[in-house]
Design a binder for this molecule. Structure first.
Ligand code: TYD
Length: 148
């Protein structure tokens, strides 16, 4: 499988149906909005201030991450380059390709991180050990990681 870099991951702007009186509505629809079809949705919430989540990569899974409420930071890492994104708009999301390490932190109070995923939960798709991740990326451990 192709190894993607952090530059293959990007923010996607979603449509926003605005009503002055009734607020906003945003849609994600298979075949239309994202480069993959959604098989699973999960969300992180009630993350205590100062806590971090993630700290893993997926072998095959594609994900789209949205701050449905509040804000948080996502740092992507392809083993060579790190790239941070601050998510704070329900009508924008981060498209994360397979094989990218991610760390989530800086959660605001009331933050909801909604994740749309290309597959159902598979424990074996996770890489939770950073050295194993570098091996998966075929990068030797002494390579220094650049932060952008
Ligand atoms: P985990 O992936 O460790 O959360 P994060 O990396 O975002 O901090 O998942 C936490 C727990 O939830 C873990 O026991 C696995 C379970 N889980 C499921 O059962 N199904 C799922 O779809 C997900 C994402 C997690």
């Amino acid at each position: 499988m192709e190894k993607y870099s952090v530059f293959d991951c990007s923010m996607i702007e979603l449509d926003k149906h605005h009503s002055d009186r009734k607020g906003n509505l945003t849609v994600v629809q298979n075949g239309d909005t994202l480069p993959f079809d959604v098989k699973r949705v999960y969300y992180l919430y009630d993350v205590p201030g100062g806590e971090s989540r993630g700290a893993h990569a997926h072998r095959d899974l594609s994900q789209f991450m949205v701050a449905a409420s509040g804000s948080f930071r996502v740092t992507l890492d392809d083993g060579k380059v790190k790239r941070s994104f601050f998510l704070n708009r329900p009508y924008q999301g981060l498209y994360i390709k397979p094989g990218i390490w991610r760390d989530l932190d800086d959660f605001s109070s009331g933050a909801v991180c909604m994740v749309l995923a290309s597959d159902v939960y598979k424990k074996e798709d996770y890489i939770r050990n950073y050295d194993e991740f570098l091996e998966f990326r075929e990068i030797s451990n002494d390579t220094s990681v650049k932060r952008l």
